[in-house]
Design a protein around this ligand. Structure first.
Ligand SMILES: [Zn+2]
Length: 304
């Protein structure tokens, strides 16, 4: 069996062997995790400040190759109080070399979610793997033309004239990231609904700015009845449970990103609140435990 070929991205969604969606409930709120696919990136992007031998050992512990790490990429659909909120939008067609990504529109269709029914978009931040889907015809042409897009004011301001001096991205990636964010601002400017610190987009669905990964990076906190759930966007990558001190190459302020990450992981470990994230392996639903000085990811047991 080849682990690479267990699904067939590119075919109509209903024929995919792996549906790549996972539903859960948080009190009265419906949550659907949707995989946009995977991004094969140089493994060094996981940890730009790591000793290469430490990163190689971490990958080898997981029986993964040393050179490429396939970043999982997930978006979320949340339904609460009559609103249907799309949180992040995948990579779209921005990286045609990554044929296993950009699947969001197809997988929304397969899940029976009509893009015209989306009442709000929330962006954790404006990197291409989170806004690219909004620029692709497949999704864009089917969204309401006046669809409000909620994001931190600091995020929209940053990308009007971005400063990459503290990030470790290679220059071609910087250029790509800048151009996608610029196009997004041009095309969606009239639909942007910036917030300062936080905004309740639907009952029990609060998007809150954290900064760190990008200046306006935000997480989404859900609360209904006694239930809670946090979507951490890019605050936490798969290596960060073991090595919360590792800088992701896309962290614009890596030191602040570490502070944001550790604060969030400590809080989630203390409260045992479930976590979902952009770049944890699909369906990216689990909890955080403390493991000595660091943390441990405890995947949820599938309920189906
Ligand atoms: Zn990302």
């Amino acid at each position: 069996m080849c682990l690479e070929e267990t699904s067939h991205p590119g075919r109509p969604g209903t024929s995919e062997l792996v549906p790549s969606r996972y539903a859960l409930r948080v009190g009265e709120i419906d949550v659907l995790m949707v995989s946009d696919g995977v991004l094969p990136l140089p493994a060094a992007t996981l940890a730009s400040n790591a000793d290469p031998a430490d990163l190689a050992a971490w990958l080898d512990d997981l029986l993964l190759p040393p050179d490429v790490y396939k970043w999982p990429l997930n978006a979320v659909v949340v339904r609460s109080g009559g609103r249907t909120v799309l949180i992040d939008a995948g990579i779209g067609v921005e990286y045609p070399d990554f044929p296993r990504s950009g699947q969001l529109a197809l997988r929304l269709d397969a899940a029976g979610i009509d893009p015209a029914s989306v009442t709000d978009v929330v962006l954790t931040h404006m990197h291409f793997d989170h806004v690219g889907g909004l620029l692709a015809d497949e999704l864009r042409g089917r969204l309401r033309p006046d669809l409000p897009v909620h994001l931190a004011a600091a995020e929209a301001e940053f990308w009007a004239s971005p400063d990459f001096s503290r990030a470790s991205m290679p220059p071609p990636v910087q250029e790509k990231i800048r151009s996608v964010a610029g196009r997004f601002l041009d095309e969606y400017r009239s639909q942007l609904r910036p917030f300062e610190a936080e905004y309740e987009v639907a009952p029990g669905v609060v998007v809150r700015r954290t900064g760190g990964h990008t200046p306006g990076h935000s997480v989404v906190r859900l609360a209904s009845g006694g239930d809670r759930l946090t979507f951490s966007g890019d605050a936490v990558f798969p290596d960060h449970f073991d090595r919360p001190d590792w800088y992701n190459a896309f962290d614009h302020d890596p030191e602040e990103a570490v502070r944001v990450r550790v604060r969030l992981l400590r809080e989630l470990a203390a409260t045992r609140e479930p976590l979902v994230a952009s770049h944890l392996p699909f369906p990216a639903v689990g909890r955080v435990a403390v493991a000595g000085d660091v943390f441990r990811w405890v995947p949820a047991i599938w309920e189906y």
